[in-house]
Design a protein around this ligand. Structure first.
Ligand SMILES: [Zn+2]
Length: 105
């Protein structure tokens, strides 16, 4: 069974039910990551920050195209704060030797 089929139920796949914060976070990371020269930015560190940030936000799963209830949505300011905290944590304890980091520190 491949990764896609893990979401298979009856005769359809549930893989398109996504946490709405995922896309918001990716869009925000495109803007914020380049402003942090101290952040490594390798795939491993970016993945860590992505997962850490999502775990710090209320998940909001929805079908594509369905209405989103605004009440539970963190604001962009909240998300930027969460993102910076995640980058601080990953920078302090990266999942790889610090010598391989872009900054070389
Ligand atoms: Zn890294």
């Amino acid at each position: 069974m491949d990764a896609k089929n893990k979401y298979w139920l009856k005769d359809f796949s549930l893989e398109n039910i996504r946490n709405r914060q995922e896309i918001r976070l990716v869009e925000l990371m495109r803007k914020v990551l380049p402003t942090r020269a101290d952040f490594c930015g390798c795939r491993l560190c970016v993945e860590d920050v992505y997962a850490l940030s999502l775990n710090s936000m209320p998940a909001q799963y929805a079908q594509a195209g369905s209405l989103v209830l605004r009440t539970a949505m963190p604001t962009e300011t909240d998300m930027v704060d969460i993102l910076h905290q995640a980058m601080d944590k990953v920078s302090a304890v990266p999942n790889h030797p610090k010598s391989t980091a872009k900054t070389g520190s």
